[in-house]
Design a protein around this ligand. Structure first.
Ligand SMILES: [Zn+2]
Length: 156
């Protein structure tokens, strides 16, 4: 039977059925369109080749829309309102409604409030990774979330 691999935080852990070697692979590129995708893999240790079915956990994920602010760290004239549309341990995807001269590699400060409890304010520094029109992918500079974001992410 074909092995099924579940994906979390856009990463999949592959374990070779022959030698037990495990590897974590970023599979975000496979996840943009389909919920199920079959990918080929080669074990780096023993060379075994096979294919596995990659499957995202299908839970009803609530669309996010936290209002927030961003500002460019080296040029604070570039700042404004944003909406958080997706959130993970490694970063956020935000919608910036007005055009800004932002580029991959730019460093931003961001803040937004969570939609639970006392709606705690989350502040982070993040690096721009990709831009698709108004949608901007940001990666947190640190994946340590010792504030309210940590427990929030655990129950996403
Ligand atoms: Zn192997």
């Amino acid at each position: 039977m074909e092995e099924r691999i579940f994906v979390k935080d856009k990463k999949a852990t592959f374990i070779c059925p022959d030698c037990g070697f495990s590897a974590v692979r970023d599979v975000s590129a496979f996840l943009t369109i389909q919920t199920k995708v079959r990918i080929r893999r080669t074990c780096k240790k023993c060379g075994r080749m096979d294919s596995v079915l990659l499957e995202r956990r299908r839970f009803a994920r609530k669309p996010l829309s936290f209002a927030g602010l961003y500002w460019k760290l080296k040029n604070t004239e570039i700042q404004g309102f944003m909406t958080v549309e997706d959130l993970s341990r490694s970063g956020v995807r935000v919608m910036i409604p007005v055009y800004q001269p932002l580029f991959p590699g730019d460093l931003l400060g961001i803040e937004f409030r969570l939609d639970r409890g006392a709606q705690p304010l989350i502040q982070r520094e993040a690096i721009v990774r990709n831009i698709h029109e108004k949608s901007v992918g940001l990666e947190f500079l640190s994946m340590e979330h010792t504030d309210s974001l940590g427990p929030y992410l655990a129950f996403l």
